[in-house]
Design a protein around this ligand. Structure first.
Ligand code: SF4
Length: 387
């Protein structure tokens, strides 16, 4: 099983962000941590038999939590769950808020991977998208992480930023590779309704690169990162050999995951009884309302808002949808052991059509997308959807 903990606080909202995050007073942060600790204790009881292979702290900004409050949470987490001694334990951190006391506490409880939101090496662009840090802050955060013993470091970067040119993206890749992270995630900016950037673009105050320019940055980025020794293993993820993110691979390969905290999602295996009724998995979502989250826990209730039963057919589609994000694609035996049937018989006409159109390949064991198929992934998935 995999664990995810959500920390919905940020010093300031980035202009493009639509995640569940906001700035908050020290009292709200403390009250949230108190509620999260209660959720950890309540839920941990139920999963005593399951071994935790990976932990991921995301947000928001986990590095904003004061070290003493974080230590309380970590104590509860490590005593409530059976965590594998070699579990991958990642936390996201913002270069503008990373502190040594926080890192020291996290390391004490097993943190072995940091994911730094750097986004760009161009300070002007960082200001344009509302980041709270400069590239110099990012360099300092890398140094601090290394000094605290972090040997597995991811840097998040973005492309297709306001007025960004391909030359600028190239410069950012060069500067970020010079920091020698073990892993790089490179995401295209997605313009989300309701964000400050969405309004700026609609008011004509900001211009984004065209779709063609963004596609160019994506394709060139793969090539430049490969030249620096980062191989692509997923649509947006690149790693030095052996440093692929186990937690994310778990998501893409149908691992059970348990999400704790406001707005956190879980995906769990169905019980024997539910399986007999055609249910394969269960998707759960915690409330997105932080006040409701804290009130429910205060009343000894689990803060869940939604529970969806996933049928066998939907679960098979999810295996394909998530697995095809990875360059290694979907494995024949893994599909069979998860679903009790052959991928090639369930998706026979669709797979043949994709191969014929040069979007996918089949070597008898792995069904993978070609680079064209990866770039056109949404079209591929539409073709795999059953009516
Ligand atoms: S730091 Fe991350 S979560 Fe926080 S506002 Fe910026 S993009 Fe959103």
């Amino acid at each position: 099983m995999q664990l995810y903990l959500h920390f919905p606080f940020c010093k300031r909202k980035c202009f493009y962000c639509d995640f569940c995050s906001a700035s908050a007073s020290a009292e709200t942060v403390a009250a949230y941590c108190f509620a999260l600790k209660k959720e950890i204790l309540m839920v941990g009881e139920k999963y005593r038999d399951e071994e935790v292979k990976t932990i991921f702290f995301g947000g928001g900004t986990p590095s904003i939590i004061p070290a003493p409050q974080m230590e309380e949470l970590l104590k509860a987490l490590t005593s409530s769950f059976r965590i594998k001694p070699d579990a991958e334990f990642t936390s996201e951190a913002n270069p503008g808020t990373l502190r040594e006391d926080w890192l020291t506490v996290m390391r004490k409880y097993g943190l072995n991977r940091i994911s730094l939101g750097v986004q760009s090496a161009n300070d002007e662009l960082l200001t344009k998208i509302g980041r709270i840090h400069s590239f110099a802050d990012a360099k300092n955060a890398v140094q601090l992480s290394r000094a605290c013993g972090i040997k597995n470091l991811n840097v998040d970067m973005m492309f297709a930023l306001p007025s960004q040119t391909i030359e600028d993206y190239y410069q950012s890749i060069q500067a970020i590779c010079a920091l020698s992270p073990e892993h790089i995630s490179a995401y295209s900016l997605i313009l989300e309704e309701g964000t400050a950037l969405y309004d700026q673009v609609n008011q004509g105050k900001v211009t984004l690169p065209s779709e063609d320019e963004a596609a160019d940055m994506y394709v060139q980025g793969i090539k430049w990162l490969a030249e620096h020794g980062y191989h692509q293993y997923e649509v947006s993820n690149f790693a030095k050999s052996g440093f692929e993110c186990k937690h994310n691979i778990g998501y893409w390969q149908d691992e059970n995951y348990l999400g704790l905290g406001v707005a956190a999602h879980s995906m769990l295996r169905a019980s024997k009884e539910q399986t007999k009724q055609g249910v394969k998995r269960i998707r759960k979502a915690n409330t997105e309302d932080i006040v409701k989250y804290m009130t429910m826990l205060d009343d000894d209730l689990l803060p869940m808002d939604e529970e969806l039963l996933i049928s066998s057919e939907e679960a098979m589609f999810e295996t394909m949808m998530l697995g095809l994000r990875m360059t290694e694609g979907v494995d024949r035996q893994r599909f069979e052991s998860l679903h009790g049937c052959q991928m090639t018989s369930v998706y026979e006409p669709e797979l043949s059509g994709l191969i014929k159109d040069g979007l996918a390949m089949w070597d008898g064991n792995q069904f993978t997308l070609t680079s064209r198929g990866l770039a056109l992934q949404n079209d591929v998935l539409l073709r795999l959807m059953k009516d």
